[in-house]
Design a protein around this ligand. Structure first.
Ligand code: FAD
Length: 277
């Protein structure tokens, strides 16, 4: 069972827990993006297990009639085993999603996986449009990738990038990453017909996207994590499409620990919860 201190960031350990959370969000007009926690597998068995868990979740989402999607990590579906293993598992998940009309997101991991992830996405998305991929503004290659992605259907989530990447491939200064994020949004709003997802808690990036929407009229959605700026998520949902990324599963500790370390406020929240104040 997840301790109360972690339940701000993780919906629970089971499919039932994440569906219950998605149902509650649905009632508030917020869509869920469900992510089973797990990554970096180096053998096919856990990747196959998680593939089946996603297939089952997709069925559950379909049966519950929820406006929810799933988000999978390539290394969770076996990219670290082989590209074939990843492709075969992804294919099964996408087939199941097609049966239930569900949307599937591909998270983006470190830069060594970018080509394999984007190739898998572009190979599937023209046949199955309910597919999305994440790209990272900190990577220097991303504007080029966006020009290419503009020719495809599907959705693209822009994030700043969570991985510690080398300077040869990535902007490392926060101010430069912020500038790159805005440059990437400029490309998306100018070249995409829609399918733009702004994956950021940063109010300045959200405002920038709103202004671009007013200028270009292109549809967009805002995506934030469970437990982060939830008041803002509710406020934004009154006017815009908001999706909350909702992690679940029994491998919650490492994810929770990362959330705790990433901001002083989160750490203080954790300490207060521990001492009961
Ligand atoms: P930051 O640059 O961290 O912060 C900017 C401002 O945002 C802060 O000054 C503050 O005003 C506000 N803010 C940020 N965090 C908080 C907080 N906890 N509480 C209150 N205010 C806050 N990364 C990947 O590499 N691959 C992925 O597939 C991926 N998927 C993601 C999916 C979603 C839906 C989201 C939201 C993020 C995802 N990320 C992913 C993580 C992303 O790359 C960033 O590391 C993370 O979002 C932090 O950057 P930021 O834009 O939110 O704001």
């Amino acid at each position: 069972m997840i301790p109360p201190i972690a339940s701000r960031f993780v919906a629970g350990e089971t499919e039932r827990d994440v569906l219950a959370h998605a149902r509650a969000l649905d009632a508030e007009g917020i869509n869920s993006i469900c992510n089973l926690l797990g990554e970096h597998y180096d053998s096919p068995e856990p990747a196959a297990e998680d593939r089946e868990a996603y297939c089952s979740l997709i069925e559950g989402i379909g049966e519950a009639g929820l406006d929810a999607s799933v988000s999978v990590k390539p290394s969770q579906l076996g990219l670290g085993v082989s590209e074939e293993c990843f492709r075969a598992n992804l294919e099964r998940v996408v087939e199941r999603a097609a049966e239930h009309g569900a949307f599937v997101w591909l998270d983006m991991e470190d830069h060594t996986t970018t080509d394999a992830t984007l190739d898998a996405y572009t190979d599937h998305v023209d046949e199955y449009e309910d597919l999305g991929v994440c790209v990272q503004a900190n990577l220097k290659r991303t504007p080029e990738d966006l020009h290419r992605l503009a020719d495809h259907a599907g959705k693209v989530r822009l994030v700043k990038g969570a991985y510690d990447e080398p300077a040869e491939v990535a902007h490392r200064e926060k101010s430069r990453v912020d500038e790159a994020y805005r440059e990437c949004l400029d490309v998306m709003f100018a070249e995409f017909d829609g399918g733009i997802a702004v994956g950021s808690h940063d109010p300045t990036m959200v405002e920038y996207a709103k202004d671009l929407h007013d200028t270009h009229g292109t549809d967009f959605e805002i995506q934030m994590l469970m437990g982060v700026r939830e008041d803002a998520q509710r406020d934004l949902a009154e006017q815009y499409e908001v999706h909350q990324y909702v992690p679940y599963g029994d491998r919650w500790f490492a994810y929770f620990y990362r959330r705790m370390l990433e901001r002083r406020e989160n750490l203080l929240f954790g300490l207060r919860a521990l001492v009961g104040r």
